[in-house]
Ligand binder design. Structure first.
Ligand code: AMP
Ligand code: FE
Ligand code: FE
Ligand code: ZN
Length: 296
């Protein structure tokens, strides 16, 4: 239990932001820079949730102690469902759990092959880009993703912001889109639970190629051990928040809120959405304890 209260402006404390990316996936800041940015933004509790990797955990934990930020170590697993990608946050899983590690490694390998194929399709259509330029944008050990193609197009002067690349070439509907290996969402929930972690669906009602997530799938994920829904997120309007709230009531799920910060890679700002202390405590209590919250 963390002490609660309000700050001098009357805002609830602690400020808890449970979804942020570093350059170990598609954020633009190192884990150290991410934690420092969180401290500057007044975030008391930050979760580092890079796509399909725990590679940023150790550096983020060191930085959290230095900057006095409480750190929740997590991941964001891309899951394949019908023709869309569903993102599952997993908080505090055991990073040494073999089945989880193997699954994440398989997804990362497949992501590399897939980016190379996307770049080949784009180049064949006259978009000026080589795969080596994309690789130059992926940090050592980082999970490769479409944002790194966007970064290569920024580096060679074709565009100015990742947004433009997603609008023109990288969107889920683009002819250049190529998928990658990803686990089924129910299997991903099982993997996170078996590793002692706490699964929460990230931005559940972000529009996807196949429409949106259906309630029946969420119910099956709940049976497999799902704990929460990320209701408060930039991609959700009042309708999506209401839908998540109703579904959480019906299925007995927690509701979280987070920024999904990516540094300069996205417009999302730290702490623009937050989670309550009660929910953070419930998440911590639902974990096996194999990975602890880092308290400075
Ligand atoms: P991938 O993991 O390769 O499927 O790429 C998906 C990632 O692209 C997401 O995690 C987002 O962070 C990022 N993304 C999606 N749309 C945009 C956008 N319009 N601007 C910047 N980043 C985006
Ligand atoms: Fe991302
Ligand atoms: Fe996501
Ligand atoms: Zn994310």
């Amino acid at each position: 239990m963390t002490p609660t209260g309000t700050d001098s402006a009357g805002h609830p404390r602690p400020v808890i932001d449970l979804h942020a990316h570093s350059a170990v996936s598609d954020g633009t800041e190192t884990p150290t820079e991410l934690v420092a940015a969180a401290a500057t933004a007044g975030v008391d509790v930050l979760a580092i949730t890079d796509h399909d990797t725990v590679g940023g955990w150790a550096e983020a934990a060191d930085a959290a102690r230095v900057h006095g930020v409480t750190l929740v170590r997590g991941i964001e697993i891309s899951c394949a469902w019908r023709h869309s990608s569903i993102h599952l946050l997993g908080y505090l899983p055991d990073a040494d759990d073999r089945p989880l590690r193997d699954e994440l490694a398989r997804a990362r390998d497949s992501r590399s092959t897939r980016l190379e194929r996307m770049v080949a399709l784009m180049a064949a259509d006259g978009i000026p880009l080589g795969y080596d330029e994309v690789l130059a944008q992926v940090g050592p050990g980082a999970t490769p993703g479409r944002p790194h193609i966007a970064d290569a197009l920024i580096a060679n002067g074709t565009i100015r912001h990742r947004d433009e690349a997603f609008r023109s070439w990288l969107g889920d509907d683009s002819p250049y889109y190529v998928g990658h290996y990803a686990p089924d969402p129910v299997r991903a929930v099982e993997l996170v639970r078996a590793a002692g972690g706490v699964p929460v669906i990230a931005h559940p009602f972000t529009r996807t190629r196949s429409g949106d997530l259906d309630d029946a799938l969420v119910a099956r994920m709940r049976e497999a051990g799902l704990v929460g829904l990320e209701a408060h997120h930039r991609d959700h309007g009042p309708e999506e928040v209401a839908r998540a709230t109703a579904l959480a009531d019906r299925l007995g799920l927690l509701l979280t809120g987070s920024s999904d910060y990516h540094g300069e890679g996205k417009r999302n700002r730290l702490a623009e959405n937050t989670t309550s202390l009660e929910v953070l405590d419930a998440i911590e209590a639902a974990s096996s304890g194999a990975t602890e919250v880092v308290r400075p």
